[in-house]
Write a protein that binds this ligand. Sequence first.
Ligand code: 1GP
Length: 250
Amino acid sequence: MQKIYHSLAERKKEGKKSFAVLIDPDKVNAPAIDLLVKKCTDARVDYFLVGGSLVVSNYMDECILEIKKRSDIPIILFPGSPSQVSKHADALLYLSLISGRNPELLIGQHVVSATAVKQSGLEIMPTGYMVIDGGAPTTVSYISNATPLPADKTEIAVCTAMAGEMLGMKLIYMDAGSGARKAITENMIQQVSKNIDVPLIIGGGITTAEKAYLNCRAGADMIVVGNAIEKDPSLIKELAAAVHSVPVVV
Ligand code: 1GP
C-alpha cells in the first residue's frame, strides 16, 4: 500500500504543510541521531529524509536503524545514487532529474538498479526532481553533470513540472541544492504550484523559519531543511512551528 504517499496527498488535500528534516548519514553518529530525533519528535517533524548527492560512509543502513529505534516518524530515502537504497527505510523518492538532460539520471541508473529497488520492498514514490540554480555550484549540480534550471526562468520551471506530472510523477521536488546561497523564490514556487496537482517539495538553502513559512504560503507542500539544522539543531522547533502555522487554504 502507498501509505506514505497517501499521507502526503491527504495532507495536501487538507491544505496541511509538512516539514522534513534531511539527515546526511555522513554527518551523524548514534549520539547525534539521538539528540536530533528527540528534537524532531518534540517539534512534531513530519518526515525524515535520508541521503545526499554524495554519501561516502557506509552508515546508511545503520543510520536508518538508529532513527527507527527512537521514533515513528516516517523515513523517506532521498538517494543520490542507487547505492543509497536501504530496505530499512519506509519509502523512496524515486528521483528522475527532469530539469537536466543527463540520460543517466533521467532513466539510466533506474534501469541498472530496477531489480534491487523492486526487491527492497520500499514504497516507491516517482518524483520529478528539479535542480534550480542556487547562486553557487552545489554538490548536486556538480555530481549530476546537468545544468541547473536558471532561478529566474519561472516559465521553464512551470513547464518542466507540468511535463513531469503528465509523465506520471507523483511528486515534484524543486531543490536549490544543499547549502544553496539563494533558496528558490516564492514567485517560482507559486507559479509551479498553481500549475500542478501533485504535492510540491521545496528545499535547498532554507535557513530561517520566515523563509519556510513564505515558501509554504507560496504553495510548497513540504519543506526540506538539512544544512541549517546541522549547524543549529535548535532551529528545528521554529522551522516546524512556522511550517505548521501556515493557514489552511484548499
Ligand atoms: C538539499 O533540499 C535539500 O537537497 C536541503 O538543502 O541542506 O540547504 O537545507 P539544505
